[in-house]
Design a protein around this ligand. Structure first.
Ligand code: ATP
Ligand code: MG
Length: 569
């Protein structure tokens, strides 16, 4: 089955938000005198998650809408945490989400340039080498309510600073002996402006630069100048960087950029029952709480992809939640709604029985198998396609679709009752067979040959339609029933003092073996998505599923079953 290409309505007309309004105004006034340029700047210290997808959709989306460009820049200035495997995963994920970057850039390629700016700042008297201890620097900074005080090294001469800076670079000093600081104002109301650190000594190998450098720029120093060097016009980041805006402007001006980029902050995505922090997700991976970065329970792009979520659904979600200035948590139901909406319009329907119960049609010829016509799509989906489904004397139905003593509202199979088999016949339950322990092991039913295709010529109505799989032809499969990774809406509510892994949902994965599926799926490539009728949306696992061992991941249930759970209390 090849999935159709469908553009979600949300992408046909992107919503206007405050960032897009700013960009529209700047584009109209040609404020920057250059094309609109954005960037997505991940640090390669983990896999991208759904929060990053919001930023990706915003940055690439704006560039596309304004005929501009968006760079993919690896903000790789920390030699301790970064790795090429993360670079590769990030590139794959951005591409998979459907975006193409103008240029692939690395902050680590700017180390030389950033060093030159440092010499410039020192020469101008805008930066100095501080030789205080880390502790002294911290206390010297003061607090939000009290001013900081100048470092005793603050008034070193430009010559002395330049000499020390060069020797820092040459590797003459151990980690922490000296740092380069901006010389701004130790009484500044914005704490970040109290002579922030720009460059520090780290005798460590960098995954790209090896041992070429032993001094590394800090985030604030590298970030704004990287933006400026790339000719970025709009530097979009999340709200926690609001206070960094002052240093951003200060640095790009000091470094001599005339029309510097404009930093604008928007609210980060926080999704219920989920954690969006590479650092914490790394812990889940390292401690084995999940099977890896691409575990389908992970909120990573790789995990969502392996779970069966489409890039279109993620983009539609980003569009639905929009971009705002105020932080707010997003309900998981909002995400799942987009996933269902998207899958509903694109995936074929097939029959799969999760918990099989044997049905024997006593009046059906032994050994015979007939092929029934079945449609892949319901009428309200604008796609067509059909298949044959084998039908035989012995079938599997869902154990939950039979009740020996059914309550009032149960319309499925029960002793003496007639139901419709999807695409098949009406059957009536005549006898219930139990084992010695009293467990129901088989139902003996009769079928009405006149109801082939699912309608009775005499106009007889049945109240229930159930799914089934031929026991003669059906295939065994494993189902991985994924559920939310955390049991509580905000797993980080307790702050860093509370171990967030305690909030993991112990039943986030239930593996069902011995499910039965119609045989046609065996020729589909691993990674094919389906709706298992009445059961949920599934995708064959791209890694583990093989024709002789079918494995399906549940992407999402058909309905939001948690609504009920919560309502019941
Ligand atoms: P993490 O804590 O997960 O590592 P980060 O912000 O440190 O997040 P980066 O790799 O530095 O991760 O982020 C790259 C870009 O993605 C940044 O511009 C950042 O603001 C943005 N981003 C990260 N998390 C979110 C989120 N939850 N919602 C929206 N944007 C995000
Ligand atoms: Mg970061």
């Amino acid at each position: 089955m090849n999935e159709p290409v469908i553009t979600p309505p949300s992408e046909q007309a992107p919503r206007k938000d405050f960032v897009r309004e700013l960009v529209a105004a700047d584009a109209a006034s040609a404020r920057f005198g250059r094309t609109i340029a954005t960037r997505f700047p991940p640090e390669p210290n983990g896999f991208l998650h759904i929060g990053h997808a919001k930023s990706i959709c915003l940055n690439f989306g704006i560039a596309n809408e304004y005929g501009g460009r968006c760079n993919l820049r690896f903000d790789d200035t920390n030699p301790f945490t970064e790795d090429i495997k993360y670079v590769n995963a990030i590139k794959e994920d951005v591409r998979w989400l459907g975006f193409a970057w103008a240029e692939e850039r690395y902050a680590s390629d700017y180390f030389e340039k950033l060093y030159e700016f440092a010499e410039l700042l020192v020469t101008k008297g805008s930066a100095y080498v501080d030789s205080e201890s880390e502790e002294a620097i911290r206390t010297g900074r003061g607090t939000v309510t009290s001013a900081g005080k100048d470092s005793p090294f603050r008034n070193r001469s430009a010559e002395e600073n330049l000499d020390l800076l060069r020797r820092m670079r040459a590797g003459e000093f151990a980690d922490g002996v000296h740092v380069l600081r901006a010389k701004i104002d130790m009484t500044h109301p914005n704490m970040i402006m109290r002579d922030p650190l720009l460059i520090r000594i780290r005798k460590a190998s960098h995954y790209r630069r090896g041992d070429a450098w032993c001094i590394y720029p800090l985030y604030d120093y590298a970030h704004g100048l990287s933006d400026a060097m790339e000719g970025i016009t709009h530097s979009l980041c999340t709200l926690e960087f609001k206070d960094n805006n002052d240093i951003y402007r200060w640095l790009v001006r000091e470094a001599g950029f005339d029309i510097p980029p404009e930093q604008t902050e928007f609210a980060r995505l926080e999704l219920d029952y989920t954690i969006v922090s590479k650092r914490k997700l790394l812990r889940l991976v390292n401690e084995g709480h999940v099977g890896g970065w691409d575990d389908p329970r992970m909120p990573t792009i790789a995990g969502l992809r392996r779970r069966g979520v489409t890039p279109e659904a993620i983009r539609a979600f980003a569009s639905t939640i929009g971009v705002a200035r105020k932080e707010a948590r997003t309900e998981l139901a909002t995400f799942e709604h987009e996933v269902r909406n998207d899958l509903n319009m694109r995936v074929p329907r097939v029959l799969c029985v999760v918990k099989p119960l044997k049905v024997v049609l006593t009046n059906y010829p032994e050994g015979e198998v007939e092929e029934l016509d079945a449609s892949f799509y319901p009428h309200d989906v604008p796609l067509t396609g059909s298949r044959k489904v084998p039908f035989s004397r012995e079938l599997w139905i869902e154990r939950d679709d039979f009740m020996e003593a059914p309550p009032k509202k149960f319309f499925r199979l029960a002793p003496g009752r007639e139901v419709r088999l999807r695409y098949g016949y009406f059957i009536t339950c005549q006898e219930v067979i139990k084992d010695a322990a009293g467990e129901i092991v088989e139902l003996r039913c009769t079928y009405d040959p006149a109801t082939r295709g699912g309608d009775s010529p005499d106009g007889r109505k049945v109240q229930g339609t159930i799914h089934w799989v031929s026991a003669a032809r059906g295939l065994d499969c494993e189902l991985r029933m994924y559920d939310r990774l955390f049991a509580v809406p905000d797993p980080e509510a307790g702050g860093d003092d509370v171990d967030f892994t305690k909030a993991l949902n112990p039943t986030s994965l239930i593996t069902v073996s011995g499910a039965k599926i119609e045989p046609g799926v065996v020729t589909d490539a691993a990674g094919t998505r389906y709706q298992f009728e009445r059961t949920g949306y599934f995708m064959s696992d791209p890694v583990d599923s093989r024709p002789d061992r079918l494995v399906f991941n549940r992407t999402v249930t058909l309905r939001d079953s948690w609504v009920k759970v919560i309502a019941k209390g």
